[in-house]
Design a protein around this ligand. Structure first.
Ligand SMILES: Nc1ncnc2c1ncn2[C@@H]1O[C@H](COP(=O)(O)OP(=O)(O)OP(=O)(O)O)[C@@H](O)[C@H]1O
Ligand SMILES: [Mg+2]
Length: 218
């Protein structure tokens, strides 16, 4: 089972302490919600976990190995669903999912299967051929989550993946994230949504970069 460890990390943007010294472990199979007001440091923490940002101090490790930079992290299955989804607007939903798989060397037939299955998992199989720019914000969020599912993420970091969703689709996305955890992934979601936080196994609240456990893992 995968495991994510942060040991005494902090992040500064110039004079601003965006993440105050923090240590935590997220075991595979668990879903961690990171909550807190706008500007609290949620995105910063997810970027740190994704290898998209280097800590000023401390270490970020997956299975005891430093995550390294973003390309290395991506190659290890550390997948970030960025805030605002990060999809290519001029590709279809299907292409957004399948192209990175093909790029990563997944054989075309398997890539096709995975992409279709992931779209189905988020209820978008009928939207596969639509351009992302023709989809609603909530549909785009679900495509972004589907892309992470298709990548078979070992660490799935989702930044506010339910912010534009109605209640039913929020359930669909939370269910999909839970399924990824059940397959052994470490799943971390940043959220403003109390119901999404309640669905997680643990909740870490950030306030101006200071983290407190609302609920730690049992
Ligand atoms: N590249 C940057 N350079 C300087 N300061 C930054 C940078 N990125 C973020 N910050 C600052 O760091 C703090 C944390 O930002 P972050 O984006 O992590 O917050 P957040 O909790 O994700 O907020 P939101 O809920 O609005 O997405 C904020 O004060 C922000 O202004
Ligand atoms: Mg953010």
């Amino acid at each position: 089972m995968t495991r994510l460890d942060l040991a005494d990390v902090d992040v500064r943007y110039g004079g601003l302490l965006a993440i105050a010294p923090l240590s935590l472990t997220v075991p595979g199979g668990k879903l961690l919600a990171v909550t807190g007001p706008s500007g609290a440091g949620k995105t910063t923490l997810l970027w740190l976990m994704a290898g998209a940002l280097e800590p000023d101090r401390g270490t970020v490790e997956v299975d005891g190995v430093p995550v390294g930079g973003r390309p290395e992290a991506a190659a290890r299955g550390i997948v970030l669903v960025p805030q605002g989804n990060g999809l290519a607007a001029v590709l279809t939903a299907y292409e957004n999912i399948v192209v990175p798989l093909l790029d990563g060397g997944v054989p075309s037939r398997e890539a096709d299967d995975r992409a279709r299955q992931a779209l189905e998992e988020v209820g978008l199989e009928e939207w596969a051929g639509h351009l992302v720019e023709e989809l609603s914000g909530g549909q785009q969020q679900r495509v972004a989550v589907a892309r992470a599912l298709a990548a078979r993420a070992s660490v799935l970091l989702a930044d506010e993946p339910t912010s534009d969703l109605d209640g039913r689709n929020r359930e669909v996305v939370l269910h999909a994230l839970r399924a990824a955890a059940d397959r052994g992934a470490v799943v971390v979601l940043a959220t403003h949504d109390p119901e999404a936080a309640a669905a997680a196994d643990g909740e870490l609240a950030l306030d101006a970069g200071e983290a407190t456990w609302v609920r730690s893992f049992a």
